[in-house]
Design a protein around this ligand. Structure first.
Ligand SMILES: [Zn+2]
Length: 304
């Protein structure tokens, strides 16, 4: 079995970025959040944390070299429209999510990630079987051993390398084209959220992501109702790993002592937010709905 699973396409996979100058004299441009500890690289003076809205202070720190970045193609007005569509017409979303000052604080940031090429290959053994009666117990199904030899190449798998951004949130919007441009100092006109994950952390996440994906592909090819993995000897080889920055729009809203994040892909507008239900807003909406129904039934009985 051989499958090339696209997580995006790249034409210039093999070029090496010249990032020697990127590691010089950047120390005076690093800030850290006094609340969540996120580290930011920027030429601008930054006082508010883009992750948690805490206070930022200037620090000295060693910076991992940045190999390249994916540029923004969505502008802030487009993203504000996307966000408004999500919240404005939803009557039970708390009002704070709809305030102009909230919408105005959507911030474009570059977020650290690693871009990886990897291969996974080797043998796996599954047990397959079908129920012969509706209520048959799994343990009594007769199973067939199914052996697979697989070889999957993965290109451009993005792994979040900033621990302050939730992996699930990141993975839900990370379908970038992966057209990576080499690092240049102009990037520092933006807020760049630095990596704080070790190489081991990143590799573990990568291995988990592609192992799960490979097993799903194999399972999909098994024509049995029961498909149980019994032995997995597949090995992952990480062929290349680059530190890059990806464009993201972030909004942090604090509501009822909880933090809610809107995250939007700065290249294609894919976005995600888990919205809370406002108690006051729900009560007002219920009363209004009740009054409207009452009014309609009153009019109905009076005129028809
Ligand atoms: Zn913070």
């Amino acid at each position: 079995m051989n499958d090339n699973i696209g997580f995006g396409n790249i034409n210039n996979t093999d070029f090496l970025f010249d990032n020697n100058e990127s590691s010089t004299n950047l120390n005076n441009k690093v800030y850290s959040c006094l609340n969540c500890g996120v580290k930011v690289l920027t030429n601008n003076n930054i006082s508010t944390c883009p992750i948690c809205s805490g206070n930022m202070s200037s620090i000295t720190d060693d910076i991992k070299a940045i190999d390249g970045y994916i540029p923004f193609t969505k502008n802030i007005d487009e993203v504000r429209k996307i966000y408004k569509k999500k919240v404005m017409f939803n009557p039970i979303v708390p009002f704070i999510f709809k305030k102009k000052s909230t919408i105005d604080s959507i911030t474009p940031v570059y977020v650290s990630a690693t871009l990886n090429d990897a291969n996974i290959s080797g043998n796996s053994l599954f047990l397959g079987g079908n129920k012969t009666a509706k209520n048959q117990k799994l343990s009594t199904i007769s199973k067939t051993e199914l052996s697979y030899t697989s070889n999957f190449d993965y290109k451009n798998v993005l792994i979040n390398s900033c621990s302050k951004i939730d992996d699930n949130l990141f993975n839900s919007i990370c379908n970038y084209s992966c057209n990576v441009e080499p690092y240049n100092d102009e990037l520092l006109n933006n807020i760049c959220i630095l990596s704080d994950s070790s190489l081991d952390d990143v590799k573990n996440k990568l291995n988990k992501k592609i192992m799960n994906h490979a097993l799903i592909i194999i399972r999909d090819n098994i024509n049995y109702g029961l498909k149980k993995l019994s032995k997995n000897e597949m090995i992952i080889t990480n062929n290349s790993c680059k530190n890059i920055l990806v464009p993201i729009y972030l909004l942090n809203v604090n509501y009822n002592a909880k933090s809610y994040k809107f995250i939007c892909n700065g290249e294609n507008g894919n976005n995600n937010i888990k919205l809370p239900i406002g108690i006051v807003e729900t009560i007002i909406f219920s009363i209004l709905s009740f009054l409207i129904i009452l009014l309609i039934s009153f009019l109905f009985t009076k005129f028809f």
